[in-house]
Ligand binder design. Structure first.
Ligand code: RFL
Ligand code: PHB
Length: 389
């Protein structure tokens, strides 16, 4: 078999890239390790920047998002019971779209089906070959049968645990990592959201986030120690702890109910450089991880896809290589800005074990600056709604 761009991973990065390239007349072949149902059962991100929204629309997968997604003008920040609003629209003229990653992925699968794109599920033992030569190829097995796919380029969209990044020799990679000493316990429940916009709450008991998917589906998170396990947390214990961390008037109107999903995600910042090696390009979580506090993971995947898509179109349609040659540099410049934002919001809002009184005062001062200074709020608004591509 032969294709122009072999895409490893059928998560949001792989599907979005595949959809955009196909629409531009460039052939793709997506290889996904898991089943479609499995990919669609993962509950992850919930907030889309303007750039991601536009890209999903350009891919022809935005109709349901535009019907069912909620545009938010801002969010709330709370600290030990006090709460204030950050007005994104008023500060920088931009909004965010609240629409779950699960729905984005489903819409992308439907769009891929509609144009007859090839997405192979349950592909095992995917391996990349001759990435620095002129004729790279991918091997994998399907139902126990060995397969070979020849291509011009490989897009490594296979997430943090994928094989693409590992296919670059260790001596050409430079990795940057920060692991945070806590995780987020998240639940999804069929209850009306407590507020019409997100609430990020700092509290002496730990951070909490009130988010949502739609008017009858809420997503809440609380900071937990890394030693906690999901089984340790009954629904009742979760709701009790969440209420303690939210401002009292918000907690008083919180509607609780049975959880329909409950999971713990560790928090980490990670970047690998460069994002290109020969004919392999890394995209999304394969190249970087942000802590979820700034809602940047999926949005960075989208901006990587944008730069790579532009570069590949330039290569195939105009015979120019500047776009693919500058991919890594352009993508990384934006990634580091989002890294900084996610790290600073994470650092300001969480309780760190062993933090000194001085560090606690710094957190309070950062929050006070946001509450009292319109310039600080504007900077947050620009970063949260997404820096330009
Ligand atoms: P994904 O979504 O991980 O998709 C990669 C796909 O590649 C497949 N794969 C392979 N396929 C073939 N061969 C192999 N060897 C393969 N190895 C892996 C996987 O099965 C998968 O389908 O990466 P992508 O597409 O780059 O998308 C990135 C986003 O998913 C990610 O940035 C966000 O979900 C991060 N993230 C969150 N981001 C937010 O903005 N807000 C959140 O609330 C939020 N919550 C989360 C998250 C990520 C989580 N992970 C990764 C553990 C919660 C969790 C639990
Ligand atoms: C979510 O709704 O899952 C969500 C929203 C905002 C974040 C992180 C997660 O910063």
């Amino acid at each position: 078999m032969r294709t122009q761009v072999a895409i490893i991973g059928g998560g949001p990065s792989g599907l979005l890239l595949s959809q955009l390239l196909n629409k531009a007349g460039i052939s793709t072949f997506v290889l996904e390790r898991k089943s479609r149902d499995y990919v669609l059962s993962r509950i992850r991100a919930g907030v889309l920047e303007t750039g991601a929204v536009e890209l999903i629309r350009a891919a022809g997968a935005g109709a349901r998002m535009d019907r069912e997604g909620q545009l938010h003008d801002g969010c709330y920040l709370a600290s030990n019971g006090r709460m204030f609003h950050v007005d994104f629209k008023g500060s920088c003229g931009k909004q965010v779209m609240v629409y779950g990653q699960t729905e984005v992925t489903k819409d992308l699968y439907d769009a891929q089906d509609a144009i007859g794109a090839t997405v192979i599920h349950d592909a095992e033992d995917v391996a990349l070959h001759d990435l620095t030569g002129d004729a790279p190829f991918v091997t994998y097995s399907l139902n126990g049968q060995p397969q070979r796919l020849d291509c011009d380029f490989v897009a490594g969209c296979d997430g943090f645990h994928g094989i693409s990044r590992q296919s670059m020799p260790a001596e050409v990679r430079r990795e940057f990592e920060k692991v945070y000493p806590f995780g987020w316990l998240g639940i999804l429940s069929r209850t009306p959201p407590v507020e019409h916009e997100l609430i990020y709450a700092a509290h002496d008991r730990g951070f909490a986030l009130a988010s949502m998917r739609n008017t009858m589906l809420s997503r809440y998170y609380i900071q937990v120690p890394l030693t906690d396990r999901v089984e340790d947390w009954s629904d009742d214990a979760f709701w009790t702890e969440l209420k303690l961390r939210l401002p009292a008037d918000v907690a008083a109107r919180l509607v609780t109910g049975p959880s329909i999903e409950k999971s713990i995600a560790p928090l980490r910042s990670f970047v690998t450089e460069p994002m290109r090696w020969g004919r392999l390009f890394l995209c999304g979580d394969a190249a970087h991880i942000v802590p979820p506090t700034g809602a940047k993971g999926l949005n960075l995947a989208a901006s990587d896809v944008h730069y790579l898509y532009e570069g590949l179109v330039q290569h195939y349609k105009q015979g120019q290589s500047d776009g693919i040659d500058s991919y890594s540099q352009r993508a990384l410049a934006r990634i580091w800005q989002a890294m900084r934002f996610s790290w600073s919001l994470t650092t300001m809002m969480h309780r760190f074990p062993g933090a000194s009184d001085y560090e606690r005062r710094m957190q309070d001062s950062e929050l006070a600056q946001l509450e009292n200074n319109a310039t600080a709020r504007r900077l947050m608004a620009e970063n949260y709604t997404g820096l330009p591509y």
